[in-house]
Design a protein around this ligand. Structure first.
Ligand code: DP6
Length: 334
């Protein structure tokens, strides 16, 4: 039996939550190079494997929390007031409840995602990370970063990594309350390391990552090999980052992503996030690589590609993919 989020969080908060003041926070979006796919505990979002990502600098979510002036909780997304029972608003309020407890203080939460819709990136990671940071300031909890990462993880697993910039590892952890399953930034610097976002298809995805990974864990025979592969990939990717070895990093990250997709395809009912345009873009990338350009791909639970390369190859990559959105990864790369 899993411990509830509420009980875990309560162990780390003061006895009572005091009325909050104004707070604002930002958290970046992140792209996993070694993917998180599968949970050992669904309530706490504890992963079956460790993962590693790169945060996207200034692309992410800005979240503010204020005392509500209408006497009701209110949630705005990109300046639009949401219906209280909409999916997004109820997720936000349910998360706030874990920290507000029995304090009677209605609040207004405003989230603005500066990730252009054209980039085709999900925003739950940066959204829950920014919300967790804002909650910590609003209620003046003064929690440690690793605890904030563990709390953000309870909102969405990948949000644990969005607490930090740069290369970030999310540790598997062993504790039943999951508090050691939190992210940690790597000390590594890699000037010129680039991520490009390639949006190839539009439209809401029908199966979100949460249900997609559950279906894979429950029905894909191929999933048996995933935890071992991911553990090995994680080790190799850390080594590649340390040595700034793009070939080793790119190969391992690409194989990791495609292996994750192989487990999804082998689920029942099958789960294929790729569109014909995704496959066409993969071939285009492989041709470019065959011509000598070091460029690699990764993909998440959707049809779009994320390209991994070094700024030295930027001109060739742009030539082959004029529609590419290049991400300026700021800290810690300067
Ligand atoms: C494919 O973090 O969105 O992007 O924990 O259920 O909210 P929940 O899932 P989520 O899954 C992300 C899956 C992924 C890989 C990754 O980011 O590591």
């Amino acid at each position: 039996m899993s411990i509830s989020k509420k009980d875990v969080i309560a162990n780390y908060l003061p006895k009572r939550t005091e009325a909050g003041l104004k707070a604002e926070a930002f958290a970046p979006s992140n792209i996993a190079l070694c993917k998180y796919w599968g949970k050992r505990d669904v309530e706490l979002n504890l992963p079956i494997n460790g993962s590693l990502s790169i945060s996207l600098g200034e692309l992410g979510s800005h979240t503010s929390i204020n005392e509500s002036d209408t006497g009701e909780d209110q949630v705005y997304l990109n300046d639009e007031l949401l219906e209280p029972d909409s999916k997004f608003a109820s997720k936000v309020i349910r998360f706030i409840e874990l920290f507000r407890r029995d304090l009677d203080q209605p609040i207004t939460v405003r989230t603005v995602n500066n990730i252009p819709t054209a980039a085709g990136l999900a925003s739950s990671a940066s959204g829950f990370a920014a919300l967790t940071l804002a909650v910590n300031d609003f209620y003046r909890f003064g929690l440690k970063k690793e605890h904030l990462s563990a709390f953000a993880r309870m909102g969405s697993g990948s949000a644990s990594r969005s607490i930090y910039q740069g290369f970030v590892e999310w540790h598997l952890g062993v504790r039943t309350d999951g508090m050691d399953s939190c992210a940690e930034p790597l000390a590594a610097q890699w000037p010129g390391f680039r991520i490009g976002l390639l949006k190839v298809a539009t439209g809401e995805k029908k199966i979100d990552s949460r249900s997609g990974m559950q279906r894979t864990v429950e029905s894909a025979p191929l999933y048996n090999s995933w935890p071992k592969q991911a553990a090995n990939d994680l080790r190799v990717i850390k080594e590649a980052i340390k040595n700034r070895d793009l070939e080793l990093l790119g190969q391992t990250a690409e194989q990791n992503a495609l292996s994750m997709h192989a487990t999804m395809i082998g689920s029942w009912p099958p789960l294929l996030y790729w569109q014909p345009e995704s496959v066409a873009a993969m071939h285009r990338l492989w041709e470019l690589r065959a011509s000598g350009v070091q460029v690699y791909l990764t993909m998440d639970a959707g049809p779009n590609l994320k390209l991994i390369f070094h700024s030295e190859s930027e001109a060739q990559v742009r030539d082959a993919f004029p529609e590419l959105m290049d991400v300026d990864i700021v800290a810690p790369f300067g």
